[in-house]
Design a protein around this ligand. Structure first.
Ligand SMILES: [Zn+2]
Length: 58
């Protein structure tokens, strides 16, 4: 299986797919694209839990 950090373009597409999906850590939250520790990520708008993030290693 390929790692996320080798697949930046696909990972960005993954973030777009994940955006607006329901948070799996709380009720009622959904994921929004945001910077998380300097990386592109999707973070729950309710509880703040990062659902996924893309490491930029260029
Ligand atoms: Zn949440």
């Amino acid at each position: 299986m390929a790692t996320l950090r080798d697949q930046t373009d696909q990972s960005t597409a993954l973030l777009e797919l994940l955006e607006q999906t329901a948070c799996s850590f709380c009720d009622g939250g959904h994921l929004v694209q945001e910077q998380y520790k300097g990386n592109e990520a999707v973070v729950c708008s309710s509880c703040g839990t990062p659902g996924a993030q893309v490491w930029n290693c260029q």
